[in-house]
Write a protein that binds this ligand. Structure first.
Ligand code: ZN
Ligand code: ZN
Length: 166
């Protein structure tokens, strides 16, 4: 199977009797067949730790705006949705086989999203970047930085942690 994000060939990896497909040496993402993700998404599912740091090539950059195709069914386009209301991570799901693609780092965010303030800040930044575009986040000019700072305060107010981040 080919990686839906970077085109690298996915490699099988067996963790706790579940075989997943990882983009080792590529973008570091992970493909879970239907239901597999459920075995790893809670912090107490210790086996999931083994999947947190798939060896990746730092030079591979994935374009989150590009359509992604299911590596199993090929034609269906993966649908992007939030993992759930409590854990604000965007996942890519196949409408046909219900498999799920996670980009590098997303499993950790799902598992630990009731974690630190830092993660909350990071998620907010990513959200801003997605809503406002990469130009906004990259190389901010003075005024922009200021606006971004204010904006993240507004967002924090609108999405108190106990509602969405826990
Ligand atoms: Zn990849
Ligand atoms: Zn599929």
């Amino acid at each position: 199977m080919k990686c839906p994000a970077c085109g690298n060939v996915l490699q099988g990896m067996t963790v706790a009797d579940v075989s997943v497909d990882v983009c080792r040496g590529g973008c570091g993402g992970i493909w879970f067949d239907d239901h597999e993700l459920r075995k790893f998404d809670e912090p107490h599912d210790a086996a999931g730790e083994a999947l947190l740091d798939v060896q990746r090539n730092p030079n591979v950059h994935v374009d989150l705006r590009r359509k992604r195709h299911c590596p199993k069914c090929r034609n269906p386009v993966l649908t992007r949705r939030l993992f759930n209301a409590r854990r604000h991570v965007e996942i890519d799901e196949c409408p046909d086989c219900a498999g799920v693609w996670l980009d590098y780092g997303e499993l950790g965010t799902i598992r630990h999203s009731d974690g630190s303030e830092q993660e909350h800040q990071k998620a907010t930044e990513e959200y801003l970047q997605e809503v406002l575009g990469p130009d906004f986040a990259a190389e901010p000019a003075h005024g922009v930085l200021d606006a971004r700072h204010r904006m993240s305060h507004v967002l924090r107010f609108l999405t108190p942690r106990h509602r969405f981040w826990h």
